[in-house]
Design a protein around this ligand. Sequence first.
Ligand code: BGC
Length: 393
Amino acid sequence: MNPDSRKFPDGFLWGAATASYQVEGGIENNDWAQAAREGKVPPCGRACDHYNRFEADFDLAKELGHNAHRLSIEWARIEPEEGKFDEREIEHYAQVLQALRARGIVPFVTLWHFTQPLWFAHRGGFLHSKSTEVFARYCRFVAERLGHEGIFYMTINEPQIMFLDGQVKGKFPPFNRSLFSGLRAMRGMARAHKAAYAAIHAVHPDAQVGLATHNNYFDFGRNFLAAPLAWFLSWWWNRRFLNVVRGAYDFIGLNHYFHTTIGWHPGSVPRSDMGWEIHPESLYRCLMELRRYKVPVYITENGLADADDSRRAEYIAGYTEKVLNAIKDGADVRGYLHWSLMDNYEWAEGFTKRFGLIEINYETLARTVRPSARLFAKIASENTLPPPREAVQ
Ligand code: BGC
């Protein structure tokens, strides 16, 4: 590859990601809806009503030059009671995938993105010994009904976040505060992932099946005393789960948001509305770290909360430039999916944070394309980065 080229490899996938509970609306029978009824997290209600408006939303994605899209299947819709599968709901998702294909958009389908059916949550979620087989059975059912042609399946979204926010910090359901249950949940998710990988491949030997890992760049700067801690965290947080389930993924989905500095840190750095540092080099480091797994990597989330859209264009320009640099330096990166297509329910933050390329007016549900989405559309449709100066305007 020409080191000066601004062009991405042919066939590179560009698009955005969402997750069922965050955008669809009308989901009452999962653990998050229950927690909202108990006043522990903000209510989600009709969210963006994407469940009913997906055709129009995919029209916008297509207009914005996207050729890939990540969504998740709401397990509680498909299997509202243990072992009872809802044919109408699986048909709904078949139509969703059809709508994407009709627009030339490749689907990435996540089978579990944080929310659990109530019956599964009530008996302990991934801490329960039967969770492996029930998760695999659900994944198998979905794969049988939706097929595998042109679909990238992703079993589990970010086991690290479920470990930290759900089991150790007590911020997400099931609100546990125990390292021990966190470690047990990690083990449960690893087993469930492996069983789901095998179950989907039993139905479709050629399927593409992966998972989403939430990796950070642990930076020790010049503080060499902090290096061992940074190395430990990179291993434990970024790679341990991937190592445990090694051999059971055809690709890795990388979700990336954080630059974590160990030790001294300059005070004034650009930050998003979440207070998260904007640091494109971190994505480059995470991509280079994943080369050791020798499977293709798709960036399945990367983005920022930016209500007034004052930083998003520069963010996209900066991070995509680092993706191209990583490819030039040997990383096998095949796609970039921005988080998110539209503003949505940001978990414990409710609707207060705005991650969308498309703005949602939650009163009227009107969609408005943000200016930064136009820069992303130019990159996606030309499969090329604009010259550096143009990129940030
Ligand atoms: C999650 C998304 C979330 C995003 C921004 C990721 O960890 O997968 O569901 O909205 O981060 O916080």
